[in-house]
Design a protein around this ligand. Sequence first.
Ligand code: FES
Length: 185
Amino acid sequence: MKLPFYLEGYFMGLADPLAQSDIRLIVVQSDGGNRYTLKLAKPLRRLPWQQLAIGQPLRIEGQQSLQGVGSPPKLKAERVLFDPAGLPALTIAPKPSQHRPPVLEVCTKGTCRRRGALELCDRLKAETQTCAVEVRASGCLGRCKQGINVRRSSDNQILSQLSPQEATELLAPWRTATAAIAAVS
Ligand code: FES
């Protein structure tokens, strides 16, 4: 599952100090002292990272891949902004579609409705006010016997046999992401 992130911190060098070109990994430290290794999108690998001073303030935007509860997300940098007082801004614009919030489509028809899909939808909408997820009511997802069904846009999976009480659990991956990013900002 992929979600957008942004990180403000300080450049701490290359993850592989022997790399001469095609730099793939850099290390960034947040104000709080946490260190993160970020993979660079291809266009960013050609930048002169070796010449960048240790401690240079950076703002990085990109995509994070969630690895499951308890594991830190993998961070891929797609856009880097250097501090205005330092080097000029170097930016790689991400594709607009990559930064759409993930969508949960809740089937609210037939069997799913009888099993509480409307309540699940309402609970999700109430809880998503604190995380960047869009919740939509949808038509039949074709797995009526396994309702309640929810399609997740981030990996296009249909989650089945859900109940309204599982709304909080369903949003857990996004909360993990939000907490991880909050820790670095
Ligand atoms: S009624 Fe929900 S999947 Fe068909």
